[in-house]
Design a protein. Structure first.
Length: 339
């Protein structure tokens, strides 16, 4: 069961090495408690990653001419809000775990119940709650809660990174088709990874009388993408699989203005992200055998507003934009575009 550390190293790469977490202890408690703890602890990582792969779809509201195309790699940082740095430990949320009454207290003498998420601060034991675990035989043990990565100690922002490459091609009626695809990449008995996304940007000015005279480009955009990763945890137990899947959906109205080599662009709309995480298979623990012990998901829907700019130097493009949403995102990219 301690192979959950392998999964965390994928989720939090390249920062996980700073976190001294032994989740095996939590997984010994109960499947229900393990789900609750891990869900709260990992929430900002999963939500941030979802918002990250939902970004970077466009850098102008002007579609390509027929058969024009671009190839654009992007890199995104999804900023973790302060509300995502801690979660509260409520005894009523657990069946065999509770906050240890002999654990650390705050300056008013109250038990500390707020503990860092994966993207929270890196605290020492004096500021972390202790959990008391009661096994099926009635024996009680104290378990340390995990601390956070403490990214603010080494970099100026607390963010979840992601990146991808997409291809855009111009179709008829001032329409762009955008594709994100990574065919299944597999390593026998180790892992598999695949991604697919599709987006459509369509010029709206052509359909509204009088809009053709506007000195701006105005388009609508809709995009969807899915990324699935599987880790095969034990070559001798092929049913033991960890699966991580993220789905993203974006619907926006876009506007841009080209000023020589500079294009300023922005968008307003909604964004939806859903991430699921499962540990499948049968596992033996000191408390007994458990099947499919981890199963949780994160869903977030809300408004999305972004503003950015692009520089075009012959066929080379450089762009950056910032999106305001639940997890604000900074996206930068470079590519080749022939219009």
């Amino acid at each position: 069961m301690k192979k959950i550390l392998i999964i965390l190293s994928i989720i939090a790469s390249p920062f996980i090495g700073k976190s001294q977490v032994d989740f095996g202890n939590f997984l010994e408690a109960s499947a229900q408690d393990a789900n609750t703890l891990l869900e709260n602890y990992l929430e900002p990582a999963f939500l941030g990653f979802g918002y990250g792969i939902n970004s970077g779809w466009y850098n102008t509201a002007k579609p390509h001419k027929l058969f024009g195309f671009d190839i654009t790699p992007t890199f995104t940082l999804a900023m973790v809000p302060s509300s995502g740095e801690f979660f509260r430990l409520n005894d009523s949320d657990y069946t065999s775990l509770r906050v240890d009454p002999n654990g650390p207290t705050d300056s008013q003498g109250n038990l500390i119940r707020d503990t860092p998420t994966l993207f929270g601060p890196n605290l020492n034991a004096d500021f972390l709650p202790m959990l008391e675990y009661t096994d099926p035989e009635g024996n009680s043990y104290s378990i340390s809660t995990p601390t956070g990565l403490g990214l603010e100690e080494s970099i100026p922002f607390n963010a979840v990174p992601s990146g991808m490459i997409q291809v855009g091609i111009g179709l008829m009626k001032n329409t762009d088709l955008k594709i994100r695809i990574v065919p299944a990449i597999e390593s026998e008995n180790e892992y598999s990874f695949e991604m697919f996304g599709i987006g459509v940007m369509h010029d709206l000015k052509q359909w509204v009388p009088g809009f053709k005279q506007l000195p701006l480009d105005v388009s609508g955009f809709v995009g969807w993408n899915r990324m699935t990763t599987q880790l095969f945890l034990d070559a001798d137990a092929p049913d033991q699989i960890a699966q991580f899947q993220t789905n993203g959906f974006t619907l926006q109205g876009l506007v841009s203005k080209q000023l020589s080599i500079l294009t300023v662009f922005g968008g307003v709309g909604i964004a939806n992200t859903k991430t699921t995480f499962n540990m499948l298979g049968t596992y033996d623990t000191e408390a007994g055998t458990v099947t499919d012990p981890i199963d949780f998901s994160f869903l977030s829907t809300g408004p999305r507003i972004n503003l950015g700019f692009r520089l075009k130097l012959l066929i080379l493009t450089l762009h950056a934009d910032y999106a305001i949403q639940k997890y604000n995102t900074l996206t930068i990219g470079a590519g080749f575009s022939i219009r």
